[in-house]
Design a protein around this ligand. Sequence first.
Ligand code: FUB
Length: 281
Amino acid sequence: MFTADPTARVFNGKLYVYPSSDTYPPAGREAEFPRFCMPGYHAFSLENGSTWKDHGWILKENDVPWGEKDTYAMWAPDCIEKDGKYYYYYPAKPKNDKAFRRIGVGVSDNPTGPFKWEKSFIKEVTGIDPGLLLDDDNKAYLFFGGGHELYAAPLKDNMKEVAAKPILIEGLPAGYKEGSFPFKKDSIYYLTFAHVFPDEGYTIGYATSKKPLGPYTYQGKIMDNINNGTNHHSVVKYNDQWILFYHSWDISGYNKLRSIRADYMTFKKDGTIKKVIPTLR
Ligand code: FUB
């Protein structure tokens, strides 16, 4: 199978990856899918530090309670743990609604489900690429949005509703595109994202702030363009090492059938991130 947009998380010391999946379009419908064809989500865990276990389908598009069927529009997801429950966020095409995508949520007692899916999408949230941040004070924030604008809102304790109207994140550079991943290290809030340069294409950039909702200051690139079309990614600390999960299409040779990858990432003493040079090039 082909997987993209990996969000990696550590829950109870174990490493999990929540990617989206790329498939070939259904026979006879090829012309409908000039872009990605994405039917839903599997989840993976690293067993004994060496083997990836596939937990199977955790959500298929046709099982989204509020979603349009058979549009293959299940883009990048995220999953986060709060107070012993696991919350899975995903974008889908809503039925009877003009929005490009809405974001839904499900809750489970286990990192790989089964999840109980909310009947409706999260109100006041329109966009793609949910990225979740759980702060040290146990407050959660939902970042979302593509197409050059990033929004974020605090979540209520139930993790299913926004606690305030989403705000536009300020301070991102021109060329900010999508795929934001928020995290915190040593009191600094980091936001990594797809950053497009006209002469280079998609790179991974990052910005920092002293507050979760910004304003942010652009700090530079984490990874140059690697000819992968898009570059949705995530950052995780596992066994005391920071790892950047990202994707590339070098296995398929086709930019709509991507595969996930990972490389170690290091911070300098001042908190800035050293550029990651992909092991596979
Ligand atoms: O994979 C589908 C979409 O492309 C993601 O949601 C975006 O971040 C980009 O990678």
